[in-house]
Write a protein that binds this ligand. Structure first.
Ligand code: HEC
Ligand code: HEC
Length: 508
């Protein structure tokens, strides 16, 4: 869709600047749009869960496609001081706009371009609100500023307030909503620019308006606080499930257990449905996703091509699994979402994401980095992290788990002994961690599957193996010190070699 009004051309311009690092497409224009939520394709897609022996169940294709389609474009929310004159009036005048129209897509590049729009545009439909109190907050510079700081309700250089979107709904009303993919998968760099697709490092502010938006997407609103917690995170097939204890707690008690500082910088971690605040996941880096054979730190799903990536996007925003073997975690009366996006929008989104490569490193490949590359070779890091993508795409079983059947083509013959929490005690727990790519380490921020490590220096510091270690990354709610075990490669190198190795890794 082309913008014709000059005022709104500004919006288009901002968006183009954000995506300047996108590599030109070498993918093909899709010959047709497949049915993405297809039972045949879903059958072998998810990996079996440790202790359960089967993958999560999926909503049936018939039920998914019976949902109403939500095909609405959304627009940036400006800080009131930066909003172009007449911006919201213009959005209202144009009325509800489709996110995607198939007839306008002619070339592979058209698909990628609209995929970028979809990535920025997707919101959480259930959060859309015309509540005057919410709108009043976001249209008052003074009110917005009162709840902003360096990490919350942050702005782009152009004055766009990240994490929120405007949408003109089918009823013609202008509504505010929470941003989806973009809010968790774009990163503010030190120079103030945004790196799209990189893990986020900013979070929502604490205004009542934001609270109201969040309340509207409460999972299992009919459940007690403890039951809601358990519905999101409980692992009923484990006798030693660490979430079971919290099931009977009141909101206040849960707040005491989980509301403690967990060490991670704001906006860098997220305990999503089927994850866990006790074994959290760091925000993922989507740049370079094309080269990864599995999705998620625990390889929950295969990545066989763009259609799997599109399915993953559907899964996390619209159709997450709520049933696991014999266990159903949410009552059927409380579904996670009630609409579905057009298949073509999710396919375009996937084609766009597959076009994102890790951003080129600003760190020079100098003599020290060259020395570091030699250390990398000598230490045989490339056994698991071979160039050019610096991953062998294999899975490493955690020490406490023995795969029920040999899966030689997927499993690394060597373990790394890192913390088994996420891989065993969550519904993302496949018993394995994948070997991550080392490209883009320079901007990634947190390291290790749960983001337990705050810098490469810390990752290669043997002091992290001790229980008194104070991590520079995520520690867990209320945890002050803990060991970060495993992956002892490179820990005992002489100081100079270690610095060289780190210098090399920062160039990737
Ligand atoms: C509230 C934050 C949040 C939102 C919203 C979100 N994600 Fe994510 N995403 C995450 C986190 C955290 C992970 C890491 C999960 C893990 O490792 O288990 C992740 C993982 C991923 C992965 C796997 C990356 C990899 O390296 O394997 C993809 C792909 C992805 N997200 C795409 C999307 C898309 C597309 C959307 C929008 C439909 C989206 N995400 C919305 C937080 C979010
Ligand atoms: C046996 C396979 C193996 C070898 C050998 C190996 N790694 Fe790894 N590496 C892994 C796995 C698996 C992880 C993820 C562990 C986790 O998150 O629990 C990882 C994680 C990392 C990370 C953190 C990446 C991130 O985004 O969190 C870095 C950096 C790294 N390795 C560098 C190295 C270097 C340098 C060497 C050599 C000194 C090396 N690795 C040797 C398998 C290996």
């Amino acid at each position: 869709m082309r913008m014709t009004v000059p005022r709104l051309a500004l919006v288009t311009l901002v968006v183009v600047v954000l995506s300047c690092a996108v590599r030109r497409a070498d993918s093909q224009k899709p010959a047709r749009v497949p049915r993405l939520w297809d039972e045949e394709a879903l059958r072998d897609w998810a990996m079996p869960l440790a202790g359960l022996g089967v993958p999560p169940s999926f909503e049936s294709s018939a039920s998914y496609y019976a949902r109403p389609v939500d095909n609405l474009r959304t627009w940036p929310v400006y800080h009131p001081r930066f909003e172009p004159p007449g911006y919201r009036e213009e959005l209202l005048r144009k009325g509800p706009q489709p996110l995607i129209t198939l007839e306008s897509l002619h070339t592979a590049q058209d698909w990628i371009e609209i995929g970028r729009v979809v990535f920025e545009s997707l919101d959480t439909p259930a959060s859309r609100t015309a509540d005057p109190a919410v709108l009043a907050h976001f249209t008052s510079a003074e009110s917005v500023d009162r709840h902003r700081d360096a990490h919350h309700d942050v702005l782009t250089r152009d004055g766009i307030l990240l994490d929120y979107r405007w949408v003109v709904d089918l009823d013609g009303q202008l509504k505010l909503s929470l941003s989806s993919c973009f809010g968790c998968h774009s990163r503010r760099l030190d120079d103030g620019s945004l790196l799209v697709g990189a893990p986020s490092n900013y979070d929502l502010g604490d205004s009542e308006a934001t609270g109201a938006l969040l309340d509207s997407i409460t999972i299992g609103p009919g459940l007690s606080p403890g039951e809601r917690f358990y519905a999101q995170f409980g692992v009923p097939w484990r006798d030693d499930d660490p979430h079971a204890r919290l099931r009977s707690l009141s909101a206040e008690e849960l707040g005491r257990e989980l509301g403690q500082p967990d060490g991670a910088p704001p906006g860098t971690m997220f305990a999503r449905f089927n994850g866990s605040p006790l074994h959290a996941t760091r925000m993922a880096d989507l740049r370079g996703i094309r080269h990864r054979a599995f999705l998620d730190a625990t390889a929950t799903h295969r990545h066989r091509g763009p259609e799997d990536l599109a399915r993953y996007a559907i899964l996390v925003e619209y159709a997450d699994s709520t049933a696991f073997g014999p266990y159903t975690m949410l009552p059927a009366s409380e579904p996670l979402a009630r609409v579905r996006p057009p298949d073509e929008a999710m396919l375009a989104l996937a084609l766009y994401l597959e076009s994102l490569e890790p951003a080129p490193s600003p760190h020079p490949f100098d003599a020290r980095a060259r020395r570091g590359e030699a250390v990398f070779r000598e230490q045989r890091c490339a056994d698991c992290h071979p160039p050019p993508h610096y991953t062998n795409n294999l899975l490493v079983a955690v020490d406490e788990w023995v795969p029920p059947e040999p899966r030689a083509s997927e499993l690394s013959p060597r373990g790394v002994g890192t913390d088994p929490g996420l891989a065993l005690y969550t519904r993302k727990g496949t018993g394995t961690y994948r070997v991550p790519s080392l490209r883009g380490l320079w901007y990634r921020g947190l390291y290790e599957h749960s983001g337990s490590v705050g810098s490469l220096e810390e990752w290669f510091d043997p002091a992290r193996l001790e229980p008194e270690h104070v991590s520079g990354g995520w520690r867990g709610p209320g945890v002050r010190t803990r060991a970060i075990p495993g992956h002892e490669f490179g820990l005992r190198l002489p100081a100079e070699d270690k610095q060289a190795l780190i210098a090399f890794l920062r160039t990737l």
